[in-house]
Design a protein around this ligand. Sequence first.
Ligand code: ADP
Length: 390
Amino acid sequence: MNGPLVEPGSVLGVLGGGQLGAMFAQAATRLDYRVAVWDPDPDAPAHHLAAYSFPSPFTDQKTFTEFAGLVAVVTYEWENVPAVLCERLERTTPVRPASSVLRRIQNRLVQKTFLAGQGFPVPRFAALTEPGRLAEILDQLGYPAVCKTATAGYDGKGQWKIDEPSSVFSVRDSLTASCHSTMEWIVESFVPFERELSVLVARGIDGQTIVYPLVENVHEAGILRMTVVPAEVPSTVVERSADLARAVVARMDGIGLFCLELFLLPDHRVLFNEVAPRPHNSGHYTLDACNVSQFEQQVRAVTGLPPQEVLLTNPAAMVNLIGEDAETVKRDVECRRLLGLPGAYVHDYGKRAIRPRRKMGHVTFLAHDVQTARDRASRLRQSLLQASRN
Ligand code: ADP
């Protein structure tokens, strides 16, 4: 159901109330929409910015009736919201991206099988439904490899790297210990990537598509730590990545804002790592370095407005503030100096409890050239690391 334009003043529903939902709510409010947030966690940051807030379980029938009656369109801020809920909402209200897109993305096996089946480049992979068959699968796939839960993983959770045959048995035991009846995993060849890249794609209801600049990402222990834009790679890589990203979203018939994560190989081929049907941590630079942020673009796409052309106003580099980093930036002398530089923008997600690996905020450095932005971000990252060791 494509439907007419969702008029300003209408209520936009968002499932999930983390920082991505909160930034969506801010963008929607600026564009004169009201937002209804449904997230079971009453402390989720987006609740504080919502015109209507539903801190109840996703299975709550009363909330379903109220939420469905209120909203003109529904989106979500991450892919682990229940697809069945989106399917039910879709009977009366457009859900963008559609529940069929969500279903295709939220299971890594289904997603990679789809991408490979459509001829898009992905790492070699195999399905695992029985931990006891891990060694056999690795015999075929080779080492090193990564085993991931097919569903519900994020920020590197539910992943095991397997370097050699001698570590297969301990991983198999971990899988068995964490296993419940319908559990499945994807086992992928470990890609010897030169860099990790990602790109945002906004696609409107009429199929009009825009692609943001290609960015470079640095992960540590499975979690994004730093993003640099534009990626310093040959123009052929930029063009090929943009073409592939645009084609994937079109092939899925996706409406909304997507992020495509890629591995760049030493021979300059790219492979897809994963597709996110929503704004992405690596796209936070768009808040300060672009004429239109990824969240505004999400609002535009889900309400039926065409995506807006994107202009990168400055090269930029973003550093995530994770766990204790949120406190370190306030007291560490070098961090404070860096945050005081012109072009440094600090974003605090307003989460009350600091927990290890929890994303608390981020800092974006804008500069005249990408090397300066990168240097400042690297220095901040080093200072945060240093402080965490003391
Ligand atoms: P999540 O959805 O939990 O973020 P990803 O599949 O994106 O999980 O993996 C997180 C990070 O782990 C990636 O950004 C990359 O650094 C590393 N990784 C994941 N899969 C592979 C792979 N097949 N080869 C090499 N590194 C990988």
